[in-house]
Design a protein around this ligand. Structure first.
Ligand code: MN
Length: 735
């Protein structure tokens, strides 16, 4: 409740000394003089000297038992914004701790809350907590807001409404979050007064009119409880008091009723010395009055996220009315009213980040943001970044967007709209052009620059952080690759069909292609093109549906003629397609891919794996699976999300041959090549090609291209060669 007596420097110092007897008050006194001088001549809207405001703010902070730096900040909080004082000056006079705090409060004060949408409010609360890296900044801001709300009557009505709404949407929930029950309640009541004056004054009138009855009733219940507790030797203080207006208003709204019973607005509180007595008292209450089922809450065993602890119960009272009772220890009560500050343990006047209580408090606070990995990381100093994993940024219209830490303008663009993301070419942050890789900071205002000719590329996946942006970019690339595969598949079929004098466009019109597609278990001609383009369906398997048997037979028996049919260009193209497909089908059979049948397999040319090599696959959209050796650097560079388990097909290894190259360094002697060739072929290995050259220092370098069935056969070749005279080294060539 508002203070009756005006605060002074002396009252502030007395309050500090009451909880921190050794406090060095010099800093507070110095801050007072500095603020007094800076604000000299300034008046508040009420006509009073401006200095009254910072003094009241500092007093509130002292009442919250905050540290010296916070209280000095309370005195100085408006100097940078409203006077000629600068941060550099504060830094010099009061040190970095205080100047950082003042800077934080000034920044928070400059933020205005533009929309009252519920989601926006939540984002704003989070943003405020994110921007104010030091929790003390928020406490000073709350004290500032409390004093502004207490003196709101001096402002114009439309300003009152704006400030009250912002307080209700942003600051009261933050106070609640921090467990500061009495500040939250006072802020809410003041908000109600300015936002719904009719309700507020009606309530106030009713509450005051029923005061006599209420006191009589309260005394009656308190006496009974007191007596019962004494019977059981429990020392307790029992009190009943009217709930705050806003909570009555809320209850009325929720139940759609007017309040008419005095006890509807009273809550009783029993304060005892320890937890055991809390439960003992509860037993006494429940033995005296019948409890209302489902109304008992044990916040002692299960504290609220903001640290609140208490037992709550509702019982049927002496007149058959419902009575709400809270039972807690004195200490819990202090926490409930003062919140986090009551938890703070000081060491030489500073927040002690290592005390167990402080650790627990921060941990509980962090539960708000459930997926924080290691809250202990944040305990290094009091500078607690509550939303370290998120940044909060503005659209040009002032809406807030929450994005993962490390997000870039591209993430922002995709959070606005997929089309904005896809067409994004650049961004302006706070009016200045930045690269797409720019890391967004909380508070940035972002304007996206788009161009109709822009389209997403794979590189963008490395730039974005949010899963939404990643998904959208992948979806675009997938569609694009599908389109490319479709075109590629179509052109393959077209060229092959031409060699049989069949026109693709004709069969397309005549429904034959549709039939072929359905026979091959793809639904449409388009899907067939895609499948051919991807390599899932071989073109020669499509031919029987589109080319008559006779024509196909003719080509088979007269391959020379087939060559004559096509142009030279088509010939080479065909050759390429068919050899490719043959190689594909071979490799397809040599490799087993988890959960995937009939998939196009390619071997990485970088490492050229041999059967027996330890291997890994990567899905390459539109190009099937590429297989690398597990040690291949290119495989390690690949996007690990596309990784897929692959195995050598053991049953295939006997027949399948793989090409492998080796380089043999030897002394340059006659007959060397013949000797090496003999060593290789004696292992049962075919040599496809061999090259040899000599070096100036009388050495010979031989390159063999061989066909081996697996890695063990290669090893056999290697050791056979190494055992021969004059051989210096044998190595496998990876590319
Ligand atoms: Mn202020």
């Amino acid at each position: 409740m508002p203070k009756l007596k005006a605060a002074t420097l002396q009252s502030i110092c007395e309050t500090i000394s009451s909880y921190f007897p050794d406090a060095k008050l010099d800093l507070v006194k110095k801050a007072y003089s500095f603020a007094e001088e800076s604000h000299r001549g300034q008046l508040r809207s009420s006509g009073e000297p401006y200095m009254i405001h910072p003094i009241e703010v500092a007093q509130t902070l002292a009442d919250l038992r905050l540290d010296i730096a916070s209280i000095a900040t309370g005195l100085l909080h408006d100097t940078v914004e409203d006077t000629h004082a600068t941060l550099e000056q504060l830094d010099k006079e009061f040190g970095k701790d205080v100047s950082d705090l003042v800077d934080g409060v000034t920044k928070l004060s400059q933020m205005t809350f533009k929309t009252s949408e519920e989601k926006q409010a939540e984002n704003f609360r989070k943003m405020i907590l994110a921007m104010a890296k030091d929790i003390r900044v928020i406490l000073v801001k709350l004290a500032d807001r409390l004093n502004n709300m207490r003196t709101l009557e001096h402002l114009a009505p439309h300003k009152q409404k704006i400030i009250a709404q912002e307080t209700l949407d942003i600051y009261a929930p933050i106070a609640n979050r921090l467990g500061m029950g009495s500040i939250k309640a006072e802020l809410e009541d003041l908000c109600l007064r300015y936002l719904h004056p009719d309700v507020y004054y009606k309530l106030a009138q009713k509450v005051s009119k029923t005061k006599g009855d209420r006191l009589k009733y309260t005394d009656e219940v308190c006496d009974i409880i007191d007596e019962k507790l004494k019977e059981y030797d429990i020392a307790a203080s029992v009190a009943g008091r009217a709930k705050h207006f806003y909570s009555i208003f809320n209850k009325m709204e929720r139940r759609k009723v007017d309040f008419d019973q005095v006890y509807d607005i009273i809550a009783f509180r029993i304060l005892v010395d320890n937890i055991t007595e809390c439960y003992k008292s509860l037993g006494v209450i429940h033995a005296t009055y019948k409890p209302v089922p489902g109304r008992f809450k044990d916040y002692i065993a299960m504290p609220k996220a903001n640290g609140y602890q208490s037992l709550h119960t509702t019982v049927i009272g002496p007149h058959g009315e419902r009575v709400e009772i809270q039972i807690r220890t004195q200490e819990m009560n202090q926490t409930a009213e003062g919140g986090i500050a009551a938890h703070w343990k000081y060491k030489e006047g500073r927040f002690d980040s290592r005390s167990r209580e402080n650790v627990e408090w921060v941990n509980r606070l962090l539960e708000w943001h459930k997926d924080l990995s290691d809250p202990n990381e944040f305990l290094e100093t009091v500078k607690i970044d509550l939303f370290a994993e998120d940044v909060f940024v503005f659209t040009p219209r002032g809406e807030v967007k929450q994005l993962p830490h490390g997000s870039t303008p591209l993430d922002f663009a995709y959070s606005v709209h997929t089309d904005v993301g896809n067409k994004c070419v650049g961004a302006k942050i706070n009016g200045k052009i930045v690269p797409l890789k720019y890391r967004l900071k909380s508070g940035d205002t972002i304007e996206i620059v788009t161009s109709p000719s822009q389209s997403p590329s794979k590189d963008w996946l490395k730039v974005v952080r949010s899963s939404r942006a990643k998904a959208k970019i992948r979806a675009f690339i997938k569609t694009q690759e599908r389109e490319r595969s479709r075109e590629f598949g179509k052109s393959i079929l077209d060229k092959i069909l031409k060699t049989y004098s069949v026109s693709l466009s004709k069969v397309e019109k005549s429904n034959e292609l549709l039939k072929a597609a359905q026979e091959l278990s793809v639904r449409t001609p388009d899907e067939l093109f895609v499948a051919v383009g991807y390599g899932r369906i071989l073109p020669e398997n499509v031919l029987p549906f589109l080319v008559s048997k006779e024509v196909l037979e003719k080509h088979k028996v007269a391959p020379q003629e087939q060559n004559k049919l096509g142009k030279a260009e088509d010939e080479s193209f065909l050759k390429k397609v068919f050899t490719n497909n043959r190689r594909r089908s071979e490799s397809r059979n040599a490799i087993i891919v988890d959960n995937l049948d009939d998939v196009l397999i390619r071997f990485g040319r970088c490492c050229n794996p041999l059967p027996g090599d330890s291997i890994v696959g990567f899905i390459t959209r539109g190009r099937g699976v590429t297989v690398h050796t597990t040690t291949c650097t290119k495989a390690l560079d690949n996007d690990q999300e596309r990784k897929i388990d692959v195995q050598w097909n053991a049953t295939m290894q006997a027949n399948a041959k793989s090409h492998v190259k080796i380089r043999v360094l030897s002394s340059d002697e006659p007959g060397q090549l013949a000797m090496m060739s003999q060593a290789i072929t004696s292992c049962g290995v075919n040599i496809s090609s061999a090259h040899i050259r000599t070096t100036k220092d009388k050495k010979a370098i031989a390159l063999f291209d061989m066909e081996v069935s697996d890695i063990s056969q290669l090893q056999k070749v290697t050791s056979s060669l190494e055992g021969k005279k004059g051989i210096i080294s044998v190595e496998r060539v990876r590319s």
